[in-house]
Unconditional design. Structure first.
Length: 114
């Protein structure tokens, strides 16, 4: 199982970024996928989850209405569209799935600052 995140970077408050997570080594279309984030000095927290076929999504209260999780099962990729970014969204963002055990990507840094 391999999860590779990309798309992070430095963005000004109010800006947007789209993160991608390319998955391989497992039957991607049959497993739910999640995005987590970890800010300096804080615990890792769940940001959003999407079911295997993409029919259901859930979000942390702090990102509802601003972030959208989606997936393309033909491309084995899950996305996180982040709009109206705030400085408190600054964190390393991780892709995650559970297949008998939990798998994590290496993370991608998102910094929101003017």
């Amino acid at each position: 199982v391999q999860l590779v995140e990309s798309g992070g970077g430095l963005v000004q408050p109010g800006g947007s970024l789209r993160l991608s997570c390319a998955a391989s080594g497992f039957a991607f279309s049959t497993f739910a996928m999640s995005w987590y984030r970890q800010a300096p000095g804080k615990e890792r927290e769940l940001v959003a989850t999407i079911t295997s076929a993409g029919g259901n999504t859930n979000y942390a209260d702090s990102v509802k209405g601003r972030f959208t999780i989606s997936r393309d099962n033909a491309k084995n990729t899950v996305y996180l569209q982040m709009n109206s970014l705030k400085p408190e969204d600054t964190a390393v963002y991780y892709c995650q799935t559970r297949i008998y055990r939990i798998y994590w990507g290496q993370g991608t840094q998102v910094t929101v600052s003017s």
